[in-house]
Design a protein around this ligand. Structure first.
Ligand code: ADP
Ligand code: ASP
Ligand code: MG
Length: 409
């Protein structure tokens, strides 16, 4: 008997009726003799509601307590889905992350999965149960509840697929696959039949929230067959993440466009232009466990330069604080300036490797729309630019058109 993992996102379990729908769908798979482990998210809006509630008590909620609290969203969903399955005559049993024992490190609110105990799940599957596991959560060595970062249920799904050596991990969501870009921004976006693992990794890391980046990393590391499909639509094969470039028959130069509004930009002004300065600025930031994304050091003149970088918006205040208090007085910089009204727009594609002129086509298209580029970063298979947030959607639409992503290739 084959085993599949099915993960249902927040919108897919967003109401009583939708949970019942998901249960009926699972019952049909079960009737075909399939073994199934289901991972569910909190009902849509619930995680946001819980975070907002916590913020009424602490401006920056204590991370351990926050995890105890937000993990309840998924705990409710697994119990409700199990009840719905039982009501249809399907044997079902729910587990929280701690009950399975999804062991994580203790980095509350962004914990990493270290190990999954499979024994209980295997025994239940053998006894004919559908096992329903709460996404997004685990437990650390000391028994404290942890969560895996926003969108973390995807990672629970793929990690379970890896641990249980499932045939496939199916991510059911409110779109019927991976598109050339977010179809909410560009209605002409096209659904992809396949996308390479490398491209998906870039898309996720550059802001496409359809899959949490760590779930894609897990799929790559353990070669999990991963597919994204619609939970509303019975038809369709969704999008398969492939490991061979040759499997991607679409051969587009650019496969997709990702964007991210979650970053902020900081500039340290009037920095002495001398060796070690980048380290003196970014060292204290790294010590505070803050990830830095793009970095630009401008050409110096008169022995001085400006140094800019981007970080997650949530870390903006903390980073400015560190720079003003620990860095500026130390290196004698003129000032610290920053803003969070920026967005990063990226074009991604393995086909870029063998084509020149992609960057100039991109920059020209943006220039023709009068969109100023503030920062640029490239790799073999992506080009990212930082632009003013107010031009983000326009930039995505223009690039989607310029690279013919709306045309069937
Ligand atoms: P879930 O609650 O099921 O986890 P998410 O909201 O996390 O769902 O992810 C699905 C959403 O991802 C879609 O509704 C869509 O707006 C967005 N999205 C962003 N980029 C893409 C893309 N390239 N293809 C498909 N969906 C995308
Ligand atoms: N409920 C969590 C979130 O909203 C996890 C998830 O949906 O994947 O981020
Ligand atoms: Mg999600």
């Amino acid at each position: 008997m084959t085993l599949i993992i099915q993960k249902y996102g927040g919108t897919s379990v967003g109401s009583t009726e939708r949970i019942k729908n998901v249960a009926r769908r699972i019952a049909r798979f079960r009737a075909r003799g399939q073994q199934i482990v289901v991972v569910v998210s909190a009902m849509s809006g619930e995680t946001n509601r819980l975070i907002a509630l916590a913020k009424e008590f602490q401006a920056h909620p204590d991370p351990r307590e926050l995890d105890v609290m937000v993990s309840t969203g998924e705990q409710v969903s697994v119990a409700l889905l199990s009840m719905a399955l039982m009501d249809l005559g399907v044997k079902a049993k729910s587990y929280t992350g701690a009950q399975v024992r999804i062991l994580t490190n203790n980095a509350y609110t962004k914990a990493r999965i270290l190990k999954i105990d499979e024994d209980k799940i295997r025994a239940d599957l053998d006894a004919g149960y559908v096992v329903v596991v709460a996404g997004f959560q685990g437990v650390d060595e000391s028994g404290s509840i942890t969560t895996l970062g926003r969108g973390g249920s995807d990672t629970t799904g793929v990690a379970l697929a890896a641990a249980l050596k499932a045939e496939e991990c199916q991510i059911y969501t409110d779109v019927d696959g991976i598109y050339t870009t977010d179809p909410r921004i560009v209605p002409e976006a096209r659904k992809l039949k396949t996308i390479t693992f490398e491209e998906m990794l870039e898309m996720a890391s550059l802001g496409s929230k359809v899959l949490q980046i760590r779930s894609v990393e897990f799929a790559g590391k353990y070669k999990v067959r991963l597919r994204v499909l619609s939970s509303f639509n019975e038809e369709g094969e969704g999008t398969l993440i492939t490991f061979e470039e040759g499997e991607n028959m679409e051969h587009a130069i650019i496969s997709g466009i990702a964007f991210n509004r979650d970053e902020a930009k900081i500039t340290v002004l009037g920095v002495p232009d001398r060796p070690g300065i980048a380290y003196q600025i970014l060292g204290p930031v790294a010590d505070a466990n803050i990830d830095v994304d793009m970095i630009i050091q401008n050409v110096g003149h008169d022995g001085m330069t400006d140094f800019s970088f981007t970080i997650h918006r949530n870390e903006f205040a903390r980073t400015v604080d560190i720079l003003k208090n620990q860095v500026q007085p130390h290196i004698g910089a003129r000032g610290v300036m920053g803003g969070d009204r920026i967005a990063k727009v990226s074009v991604v594609g393995v086909g870029m490797r063998s084509h020149v002129g992609i960057a100039s086509r991109m920059f020209r298209a943006l220039a023709e729309e009068g969109i100023n580029i503030q920062m640029i970063s490239t790799s073999e298979i992506k080009i990212s630019v930082v632009v003013d947030e107010k031009y983000m959607e326009l930039a995505v639409r223009v690039l989607h058109k310029v690279f013919d992503l709306d045309q069937v290739s």
